[in-house]
Design a binder for this molecule. Structure first.
Ligand code: ADP
Length: 166
C-alpha cells in the first residue's frame, strides 16, 4: 500500500523512516535536524562510524529514541537547474532506500520529500520520481510493504496526492 499524509516524520511508528541527509551524515537542518533531535545522541554516534555517504546513495542505522526501528539516511542531490544529473541521483536515492528496506524485509517505510527543502529540488518532479521508483521497485520485488510519503506541508501533500492519482 502506498499513501501520502501530512505529518512530522519523527512521530511515525514504522520499521524505517528515511532521512534527507547530507554527505557527511553528521546532521543538518530541516528533516535531518528533526530526526537527530528526536532520535537522541546515539544516532549521531552511529553515523560518525559510517564515514559519510555519496550523493544518490543511502545508509542504514538504528532508530534509537524514535518510534521507528531504523533510519535510512539517503543523500539527495542539490538542485542546480536539472541538467547536472539531479533526476538520476534522486532516482538512485529512492532505489537504494527501497533496496535496503526490501533486503531487511521491512514491512513499512516512510519517506520525506528528499531534496525539496534546502536542496531546492522542485516538489512536483521530485514527487513523480518518488512515486515511480517506489511503485516500480515494489512491483519488481513482489513483496508487501506499506510506503508512506510523509509531507511537511499541506501544499506538498496535495502535490503528492495528485501524483499518486495520476
Ligand atoms: P533537503 O536538504 O534534502 O532539501 P530538507 O530537510 O531541507 O532536506 O527538506 C526535505 C523535506 O523535508 C522538505 O519538504 C521539508 O519541508 C521536509 N521536512 C522538514 N522537517 C520535516 C519533518 N519533521 N517531517 C517531515 N518532513 C519534514
Amino acid at each position: 500500500m502506498i499513501q501520502a499524509l501530512q505529518a512530522d516524520i519523527t512521530t511515525l511508528n514504522v520499521d524505517a523512516i528515511v532521512n534527507a541527509a547530507n554527505g557527511t551524515l553528521l546532521g543538518g537542518g530541516g528533516v535531518d535536524g528533526a530526526i537527530h533531535q528526536a532520535a537522541g545522541p546515539g544516532l549521531l554516534e552511529e553515523c560518525r562510524t559510517l564515514g559519510g555517504c555519496e550523493t544518490g546513495d543511502a545508509r542504514l542505522t538504528m532508530g534509537y529514541d524514535l518510534p521507528a526501528r531504523y533510519v535510512i539516511h539517503a543523500v539527495g542531490p542539490v538542485w542546480e537547474g536539472g541538467r547536472s544529473g539531479e533526476p538520476g541521483l534522486l532516482v538512485s536515492c529512492y532505489r537504494k532506500s527501497m533496496e535496503i528496506a526490501l533486503g531487511r524485509h521491512f514491512m513499512s517505510i516512510a519517506f520525506p520529500a528528499i531534496s525539496t527543502g534546502v536542496y531546492g529540488y522542485p516538489v512536483e518532479p521530485a514527487a513523480r520520481i518518488a512515486v515511480e521508483v517506489v511503485r516500480d521497485t515494489l512491483k519488481a520485488s513482489g513483496k508487501p510493504m506499506d510506503v508512506t510519503f510523509c509531507c511537511h506541508s499541506e501544499g506538498d501533500l496535495s502535490i503528492y496526492k495528485a501524483v499518486l492519482n495520476s
